[in-house]
Design a protein around this ligand. Structure first.
Ligand code: SF4
Length: 345
């Protein structure tokens, strides 16, 4: 590659400066550059803690395995230390994070690479037992990493009632070509088990429109499946080939305009189910973590935040409640979120 003098693998990026400048590692003080915990876009209300990197799967559309390498899990002790650092006595410290989000490229595989393998559920139980994090949220999880026992974790109400389970397609044949380790039937059973354990849980998803070889029939199967499962929301991606992936060279690539058309159609179905999920919560009172606060007047504040089941809520209040969790009566839906009223204390 002309102009490229050195390639630093992703796993080595923390050592990028000494490598590029050719400074011996021991002479280079990493302290000012060592990665800080990412407190989230909105100051410190939510902290994203990366507990895992890489992936051992080979989904045929995905470049991640090539880019990030094999799955690696961080030790429990390091994760607990990170969480205690950001939570830092949350009841008395107004600026400590009120929510921790566990992230990873393949989060559900956490612990499987240890010499004594563990499961993500072991990590979640330990965090809930050994820290006083007010809210714990899980980022995206592959459906084949979970079983029915996993949902007993929601007995602890600090675990946010939100699961993001990427489906990608509702057609068994397309899932096979994608090399996904699930089927529509297995996915539906998992969702059923999650809802049995935690009835109001928000289940969101990712879908790919126009995967190579996707026939009209297979696309309609996805539309039907999305209607049947009734997700609380999600993302639809128009398939685009990634160099070096198996899907790139698959036959019968779907013409781009048709991919876009299918994206719009499945997006609409997903939006309908999102609305149905939201409608259920009108006139319900839910706890909201206020993440963004704007002063409207000397004694009126505009507050925006999230419920534990990932509903966006805004309200006006006479108090500046940034980084506090308060109950809110959800009164109406506006702009894909809710307007609410904080009941008098
Ligand atoms: S889509 Fe997810 S599970 Fe599949 S290879 Fe990519 S990172 Fe791994």
């Amino acid at each position: 590659m002309p102009g490229v003098s050195q390639v630093i693998p992703n796993a080595e990026k923390d050592h990028l400066v000494p490598q590029v400048l050719n400074i011996p590692e021991e002479e280079f003080n990493l302290e000012p550059l060592s990665r800080e915990l990412i407190p989230g876009a909105r100051l410190r209300t939510r902290a994203f803690i990366k507990v895992q990197d890489g992936c051992d799967n080979r989904c045929s559309f995905c470049i991640t395995t090539l880019a990030r390498g094999r799955g690696r899990s961080r030790p429990v002790a390091d994760i607990l230390a990170n969480i205690n650092e950001v939570v830092n006595d949350s009841s008395s410290n107004p600026s400590s994070a009120k929510e921790v989000v566990l992230t990873g490229v393949h989060l559900g595989s956490w612990g499987s690479d240890f010499s004594n393998p563990l499961h993500l559920s072991d990590l979640v139980k330990t965090i809930l037992r050994d820290t006083d994090v007010p809210r714990l949220r899980l980022s995206s999880l592959e459906p084949w990493d979970l079983d029915e026992d996993f949902f007993s974790l929601w007995d602890d109400t600090r675990l946010c009632r939100h699961l993001h389970l990427p489906l990608q397609s509702g057609s068994a044949d397309v899932l096979r070509r994608m090399a996904r380790k699930t089927t529509p039937g297995a996915f539906a059973s998992l969702v059923e088990a999650a809802r049995a354990a935690c009835p109001e849980i928000a289940i969101t998803t990712d879908l790919i429109a126009g995967f190579p070889g996707e026939t009209e029939q297979e696309f309609l199967e996805t539309m039907d499946f999305v209607r049947k499962v009734s997700f609380a929301g999600g993302h639809v991606f128009t398939y685009s080939p990634r160099p070096g992936t198996a899907a790139e060279s698959m036959p019968d690539q779907v013409p781009f305009p048709l991919r876009k058309e299918r994206n719009a159609m499945v997006r609409e179905v997903l939006f309908e189910s999102e609305q149905a999920y939201q409608n259920h919560f009108i006139n319900h009172t839910l706890p909201v973590l206020w993440e963004s606060v704007t002063s409207l007047d000397s004694d009126i504040w505009h507050l925006r935040g999230l419920t534990d089941n990932y509903l966006r809520v805004s309200t006006q209040a006479p108090h500046q409640l940034w980084n506090q969790i308060t109950p809110v009566l959800l009164t109406r839906i506006k702009d894909r979120g809710f307007e609410g009223v904080i009941p008098p204390i």
